[in-house]
Design a protein around this ligand. Structure first.
Ligand code: ZN
Ligand code: ZN
Length: 244
C-alpha cells in the first residue's frame, strides 16, 4: 500500500478489500481532541467498516496501489488549482477596491502571478490525466474540506464588504497567504516523495514569497499614510473654513 503518514481506511466486510484516503479534517479534529485533553498523540487509526461500492453495485472495484499516487497528485493539484483561482479572484478584486496607486500595482502584479501559476498547474493536471484516462472519474482520495473551494475564497468575499480600506485589503491578503503557506507546507512535509508532495511544497514556497511581499508593502503603506497625515490635518480646517 502507498505509504504516507496518517491515512485512513474504508474496509469492506464482504470482500475484505480496504481503500485508503487522507483527510485533513479528521487529522485536525484528532489534534484538537488530543490537545484539549493534554494528550500527546503518537498514532491515530480510523477505520470505516461496511460494504464497498463494488460489492454494493456489482461494478468492478477501483484499482488500488499503483493509482494511489496518481490520485494523490490529482487531488493535490486540484486543491492547488482551486487556491490559485481563488487567489486570482482575490487579487483582481483587491486591485479594484484599493485607492493607493502603489497598492493597486502590487495587487495587479500578484493577480498576474496567480494567473501564470494557474496556467502551469492546469498544464500539469492535463499531463497527469494522460497517464490514466479514467483518472478524473476516480473517487476522491484527499479530503480537505476547508481547501476545496480555494484558500482565498473567504478573503475574496470579505473584500466585497462596504467601505473596505487599503489597510484591511492588505490584512486580508496577508491572512490568506499565511493560511495558504501553512497549509501547503504542513501537508507537503508529511507526504512521502511523490508528485503530490512536490506540488504542495512548491506552492508553500510561492505563498511564502507572496506573504513576505504583502507584509513589506503593508508596512510601506502605513509609513506613507503616516507621512500624509500632518498634511491632511492642516487641510481639514482649511476645507471647513472654505465651506462656511
Ligand atoms: Zn467489497
Ligand atoms: Zn499567493
Amino acid at each position: 500500500s502507498y505509504r504516507h503518514p496518517r491515512h485512513f481506511h474504508l474496509i469492506c466486510k464482504s470482500c475484505n478489500r480496504s481503500y485508503e484516503f487522507l483527510s485533513s479534517d479528521i487529522e485536525t479534529l484528532v489534534e484538537e481532541v488530543a490537545a484539549a485533553r493534554g494528550f500527546t498523540a503518537r498514532q491515530s487509526v480510523v477505520q470505516i467498516y461496511g460494504t464497498c461500492e463494488a460489492c454494493r453495485t456489482g461494478r468492478a472495484p477501483a484499482e488500488e496501489g499503483s493509482t494511489s499516487e496518481l490520485l494523490f497528485a490529482r487531488d493535490a493539484l486540484r486543491i492547488a488549482i482551486a487556491t490559485e483561482r481563488s487567489g486570482l479572484e482575490f487579487y483582481t478584486r483587491a486591485a479594484r477596491v484599493t485607492k493607493d496607486v502603489r497598492g493597486r500595482a502590487i495587487f495587479h502584479r500578484l493577480a498576474e502571478e496567480e494567473k501564470h501559476h494557474l496556467g502551469t498547474l492546469e498544464k500539469r493536471y492535463q499531463k497527469l490525466l494522460e497517464q490514466d484516462p479514467q483518472l478524473e472519474s476516480r473517487p476522491t482520495f484527499l479530503f480537505f474540506k476547508g481547501a476545496a473551494n480555494g484558500l482565498f475564497a473567504r478573503g475574496a468575499d470579505e473584500l466585497m464588504a462596504e467601505g473596505i480600506n487599503d489597510r484591511e485589503a492588505y490584512k486580508i491578503g496577508i491572512r490568506c497567504e499565511r493560511g495558504s503557506h501553512r497549509f501547503f507546507k504542513r501537508y507537503g512535509e508529511r507526504f512521502e516523495d511523490s508528485e503530490g508532495k512536490q506540488v504542495f511544497l512548491e506552492f508553500a514556497e510561492e505563498e511564502r514569497e507572496h506573504l513576505e511581499m504583502l507584509i513589506r508593502e503593508y508596512r510601506a503603506l502605513l509609513r506613507r499614510q503616516a507621512k500624509r497625515k500632518p498634511k491632511a490635518k492642516s487641510a481639514a480646517p482649511a476645507r471647513q473654513l472654505a465651506s462656511r
